[in-house]
Ligand binder design. Structure first.
Ligand code: SF4
Length: 311
């Protein structure tokens, strides 16, 4: 996919930025491989988490309040639900091996979907024992009601995953064990990278699959393309992984849970240049004495109060 055609027009307002970021992207297009240190190294050794760059891209003032003024975002029910969905699907991606290994060539899509559905509930059981049992309690959410609400999504997801598996099995003629090896190339969850030298103090990649980053998003996929902020996040994950592991990471993927869309794109030179430009602009804003002016707020903002009070 050409990088200019990649961004979705339906996924929020890109804020004050637009493609391309003329004049802000550094002296020349620079791939991270080869490490042209003069271009890639941030001025004054500043380093922030990738999420700070993503927040800046949503709203420069939000990024400033969050990472310079250390404003805290309140926990909301919707936030906990989104966190839960995100965690659940991330764990399922990594756990898929246990379902695939039960595959039998005469299984129907319904039987296979049943296996996925049961696996979802096994994963949910584990999650309740971790932080989610407590979080649900704190937010006054009923565990059983939440699962009821979620079940339709899980049934739908189970069928989509089962049909995908059967299609692959049909096309390859593989049995369970080989299928698992074919379909689930090395998946690792929550891999943490640090690359202060290129301005990133932390990047927690949801899933690393076959050497490239996959970001799980709880929301529905845009009709076409990928949200600009998600592209930015993944390009930076690719850059950080390349830097940390010393190998090319030319592909990245967003997995939109609601709609079960996996969208893969190449982290080409244009996107790398753009991501460096956003970082440079964010660093300039973060080092300024005043918060950036209020922008257009086209979605509910968790820092609305701080924003009005600030400066
Ligand atoms: S209220 Fe609007 S301008 Fe203020 S931080 Fe939030 S999105 Fe940005």
């Amino acid at each position: 996919m050409e990088s200019k055609q990649l961004f979705s027009r339906r996924c929020g307002d890109p804020g004050p930025m637009s493609w391309p970021f003329e004049g802000s992207a550094g002296p020349s297009p620079v791939p991270i491989r080869g490490y042209d240190a003069e271009t890639i190294r941030p001025r004054e050794g500043l380093a922030v988490p990738v999420t700070a760059l993503v927040n800046y891209s949503y709203c420069p003032r939000y990024g400033y309040l969050r990472y310079v003024k250390r404003a805290r975002t309140p926990l909301t029910r919707e936030g906990v639900r989104a966190f839960f969905n995100h965690e659940l699907f991330k764990r399922m991606l990594v756990n898929e091996f246990s379902v695939v290994s039960q595959f039998r060539s005469n299984m129907t899509a319904g039987e296979m979907a049943q296996l996925y559905h049961e696996e979802f509930y096994d994963v949910i059981g584990e999650m309740r024992g971790c932080v989610f049992g407590r979080l649900f309690g704190e937010m006054g959410l009923s565990w059983s009601q939440e699962l009821q609400r979620l079940d339709r999504l899980l049934l739908e997801a189970s069928l989509v995953w089962a049909e995908k598996l059967l299609r692959v099995a049909d096309a390859t003629g593989l049995e369970a064990f080989e299928l698992a090896r074919f379909l689930i190339p090395r998946r690792r969850a929550e891999v943490f990278y640090e690359a202060s030298e290129i301005g990133v103090s932390g990047a927690r990649v949801d899933v690393v699959e076959d050497g490239f980053p996959v970001e799980v998003k709880a929301g529905r996929a845009p009709v076409t393309g990928i949200c600009e902020a998600h592209v930015l996040q993944l390009v930076w994950y690719s850059l950080v992984m390349e830097y940390a592991e010393g190998r090319d990471v030319d592909v990245a993927e967003v997995y939109y849970v609601n709609g079960f869309q996996r969208r893969r794109f190449g982290t080409d030179q244009g996107l790398r240049r753009w991501a460096l430009g956003v970082r440079n602009m964010a660093f300039e804003a973060f080092q300024a004495e005043r918060a950036p002016e209020r922008g257009r707020c086209n979605r509910p903002c968790l820092l609305e109060r701080e924003c009005r009070q600030s400066l």
